[in-house]
Design a protein around this ligand. Sequence first.
Ligand SMILES: *Cc1c(COP(=O)(O)O)cnc(C)c1O
Length: 396
Amino acid sequence: MALEQTLLQPVINATGVLAHTNLGRAPLAASVAPGFRNLEFDLATGKRGSRTAGVGRLLATASGAEAAMVVNNNAAAVMLVLAALAAGRSVAVSRGESVEIGGSFRVPEVMEQSGARLVDVGTTNRTRVADYRRAIEHPGADVALVLKIHPSNYRVEGFTEAASVAGLASLPVPVVADIGSGLLDSSCPWLPSGPPSWLGDEPAARQSLAAGAALVTFSGDKLLGGPQAGIIAGRADLVAKCARHPLARALRPGGLVLDALQTVTLAYLRRDVATHVPFWHMASIPVTELERRAVSLATSINERHPGTAAAEAMDAMPGAGSAPGAVIASYGITVADPTGDIATRLRTASPPVIVRVQDQRLHLDLRAVTPTDDAVVADSVSRALEAGAAGRGKDR
Ligand SMILES: *Cc1c(COP(=O)(O)O)cnc(C)c1O
């Protein structure tokens, strides 16, 4: 049993966090086809090919870049860009963007590992283009590029100022924008109703490149909604330089990832993201639909255990550090759990049901639950309630 619980398995995500860091971020779409694939074989010439050329071209088209390549994750993308374009030289970074993301991605440490020197620019709360210019023009500074990092998982408010990509593009060195989330286009042309309000001012690949970024880097498994991957997109000469660097071989993704990423990118190009990319499908479900499911779920539980479940409006979140503070209107059920035993029973059920606990009540948000799993959730909650009742019976 202990080993079983450490094995990877499908779980039901009732936390309301769509790209949940502990649950693999964006949910995977359909599994990939078994058997051989032309991973490094050029079908046109019959010669050895590049494993990321095909999906790279798709990603470039989808983001308006000249070229794109894929590595294992965004941390690897940033590391490779710095190593290939700035090793032994300096990289200018705003003091307000020298961030830590997800525990172990820390800008100064990534910089150190890449062999590039970090040059701090500006102040924690305010950095202007003139601050970068001064750093670049400083005698002996040898600044190879400017790195602009999106502070994905926190917000600085009040007396703040940051230089825009467009402003930085006037500098004499390339601007690399680590946008993090993998939003391809801020106008969301793949959604019939356009960009959702919760997206806020999340930076996007297409707009960052159009504003003058030489390269953008982003994750595959955040707002892009694909598998874990890191994408480097932008100027063809710079992408080629990254691809030629020896680290590129160490950071290259496998065929499973490239296949899954290709499926997701094709959905963007066909603009049927809302149906074929699970993250965007979940984010787009009308709240009235979730309310209907929540009421029916609560009814079904209350038929077996009267007065235990209540349908309630909830706030879901995009997750994975994207659009911090943003909420997506949602609906779910709450169940009293004063001892925490019910949450434990749900977590150790088969399949595991992961919930949010607040004020001794379980919150089961339905936005990230597949509708066909509603019945499974109803059964699991009922069984957990029954086990609780049996347990109390024994104590007496
Ligand atoms: C998430 C994120 C990273 C790290 O990406 P991984 O894909 O988790 O390696 C780096 N930079 C930014 C801005 C991020 O948001």
